[in-house]
Ligand binder design. Structure first.
Ligand code: MG
Length: 160
């Protein structure tokens, strides 16, 4: 019989003035956005890596190479949708997910509920199964200096 499995994901993108910022599938009002081949959604990328990690299917770079033109500027929710298909092919579904975004500014609280709803819908679970948290690193390090944004994700997957 198959067991529950856990996975962890981590991602970072640099911030640059004048680029759009998308986190957890939600557009964030800010003067800076992520430098990336895709839309640079670190929260979704960390989540994809956690899901892939839970079933030992490698990582997001393996499945969606940043050298492939088909992924240029892509909505990361499409990548998440594909990862959920891979998870289902392995015989698993999401139990719950917990995502932490590390960013100095702006305050992400006003966007958290929409992120939870958006991610839950794509992953086919209730919003109650998806936690999104945001924290600053107290002006320390690259997130504290507003040079970049980072995200961690942990997931539990359960046999279908
Ligand atoms: Mg990334």
């Amino acid at each position: 019989m198959k067991n529950f499995r856990i996975g962890h994901g981590y991602d970072v993108h640099a911030l640059r003035e004048g680029l759009p910022l998308v986190l957890g599938g939600v557009k964030i009002e800010h003067t800076k956005g992520c430098v990336a081949h895709s839309d640079g959604d670190v929260a979704v990328h960390a989540l994809c890596d956690a899901l892939l990690g839970a079933v030992a299917l490698g990582d997001i770079g393996l499945h969606f190479p940043d050298t492939a033109s088909e992924y240029a500027g892509i909505d990361s929710l499409l990548l998440l949708r594909r990862v959920m298909e891979l998870l289902a092919e392995k015989g698993y579904r999401l139990g719950n997910a917990d995502v932490t975004i590390l960013m100095q500014r702006p305050k992400l609280r006003p966007y958290i509920e929409e992120m939870r709803r958006t991610l839950a819908q794509v992953m086919g679970v209730e919003p109650d199964a998806v936690s999104v948290k945001a924290t600053t690193e107290e002006h320390l390090g690259f997130t504290g200096r507003e040079e970049g944004v980072a995200a961690h994700a942990v997931v539990l997957v359960v046999p279908v």
